[in-house]
Design a binder for this molecule. Structure first.
Ligand SMILES: [Zn+2]
Length: 450
């Protein structure tokens, strides 16, 4: 039995050492059962959903039974419920575990494709996520006395103000600059406040490398950043992007996913260690049929999440559209539990002659040709994805020092590399160095000409 005097950091380390064990599976099952029983009794939406699925929480006997019966909830279904209910607040009220009045913090996706998806937090959710962010900080070596420049978009995003709040439990000092402030303000703030930790999207972090000499009169290596935490895009998991960022800043780069994933210190990227098996049940399903897939080393599929204790941030077999590969064999770093690599987004998936390709994988191949290319590119679509009639057209920016006479040969090299690494035959066209639009925030993969 644990002593009540053990501090929370040690308790966390104890539970984290048990990840992947039958003990954790039993814990997940017990927590899930009690969650479903509560939802069944208190929320008509969930009672109906369980009744329709033929899932009785009182007699449910395994996690497999849950996975095989309970349907997956995706963005499209959330949108449909929002339309039925008449608004985002009504949708949240219907689908969270507690009365809407218990929500004290509401973040949301921007809703560029329709209604925003709300991320409602209760006081308990903030406590849980703060706990999980202190695990993240401990694993990334972030301590009291460190100063974190937070450069994710602040306004309404889950990774915005909520992250600023969660990160404070680590004991470090957070400077909420936000991506909206722009590169100049971000760079100046790092300098003026001697920040040594930087949170942001990989594309923003890369963008700062280009901007620093013009703004602070020195390369980013002069900033004294020791740790960079990237999220929101798969860039930090791409070896070439990772190497470029680590070398430019002289910092350690971690790939981070929500309140559950962080890469480790291994020299070669091993995916993100899931650091919250006691709070989430993580599954893989087939992205087209949504049927459960075996959870085994190297398996690839659509990630499906169930939160076991959250109230407002309640997910019951929810998918956010990430296609991942799971790695269950032990990692050299010694952390217990499984890892996952984000391969792409189900919305970005392209199908070229039946072969599934993700822009993040194309990014990796192109980045491996730097400095002969800048790394910036666009996939030119002439019809509604995922279908792409071959060849897959990719517009790539060549590097500043590449003479135009060498471009034809370089295009052939990139095409050959994509053929062998991704099993698709692209057609490379060229864009002048720094001619493609640099977005601060999310990477722009597509030029849509349809
Ligand atoms: Zn590891």
């Amino acid at each position: 039995m644990k002593q009540a005097t053990i501090d929370s950091e040690h308790q966390d380390a104890d539970i984290e050492a048990l990840f992947g064990s039958p003990f954790i599976q039993k814990m997940q099952f017990d927590k899930l059962k009690s969650l479903l029983l509560r939802l069944y009794a208190a929320k008509p939406f969930w009672k109906d959903r369980m009744d329709k699925a033929g899932l009785d929480p009182a007699t449910m006997s395994s996690l497999d039974e849950f996975s095989s019966r309970m349907p997956v909830m995706d963005k499209a279904e959330r949108r449909k419920i929002t339309e039925e209910c008449g608004g985002a607040v009504e949708m949240a009220d219907r689908t969270i575990a507690v009365p809407i009045e218990d929500v004290v913090l509401m973040a949301a996706t921007s809703g560029t494709t329709g209604e925003p998806t709300p991320y409602p937090h209760t006081t308990k959710d903030i406590e849980i996520n703060s706990e999980l962010f202190s695990r993240l900080a401990r694993r990334a070596g972030i301590r009291r006395g460190d100063r974190i420049v937070h450069a994710f978009g602040l306004s309404m995003w889950l990774a915005g103000v909520p992250y600023v709040q969660f990160l404070q439990k680590s004991g470090a000092c957070v400077l909420p600059v936000g991506a909206e402030a722009g590169s100049e303000r971000i760079l100046r703030t790092i300098n003026q406040f001697r920040a040594n930790v930087l949170f942001g999207t990989p594309s923003l972090i890369e963008h700062l490398i280009e901007k620093a000499p013009g703004i602070i009169g020195a390369p980013v290596s002069s900033l004294g950043i020791k740790t960079i935490i990237c999220a929101g895009e798969p860039g930090a998991g791409i070896p070439e992007v990772r190497e470029k960022i680590e070398q430019a800043y002289g910092a350690k780069l971690y790939d981070h996913g929500g309140s559950m994933g962080l890469s480790c210190d291994c020299e070669i990227y091993q995916g993100m260690h899931h650091f919250a098996e006691d709070y989430y049940y993580f599954e893989l399903v087939n992205p087209e049929t949504l049927e459960p897939l075996p959870f085994e080393h190297g398996a690839r599929g659509l990630a499906v999440q169930t939160s076991l204790e959250h109230e407002g941030m309640l997910w019951v077999r929810e998918t956010f559209g990430d296609i991942v590969e799971v790695l269950t064999e032990p990692c050299a770093c010694g952390e217990a539990g499984f890892r996952y690599k984000v391969i792409g987004r189900v919305d970005d998936m392209l199908k070229v002659k039946g072969v599934m390709v993700y822009p993040a994988a194309i990014e990796g191949v192109i980045a491996s040709f730097a400095p002969r290319v800048t790394g910036e590119f666009r996939i030119v679509l002439t019809e509604q994805p995922p279908r792409v009639t071959p060849p897959l057209k990719v517009k790539v920016e060549y590097g500043e020092d590449v003479p135009e006479s060498e471009l034809a040969l370089l295009a052939k090299e990139i095409e050959a590399s994509m053929r062998s690494r991704l099993k698709v035959s692209p057609e490379i066209t060229w864009a002048k160095p720094f001619s493609l639009d640099r977005t601060v925030g999310k990477t722009q993969f597509f030029e849509r000409n349809y």
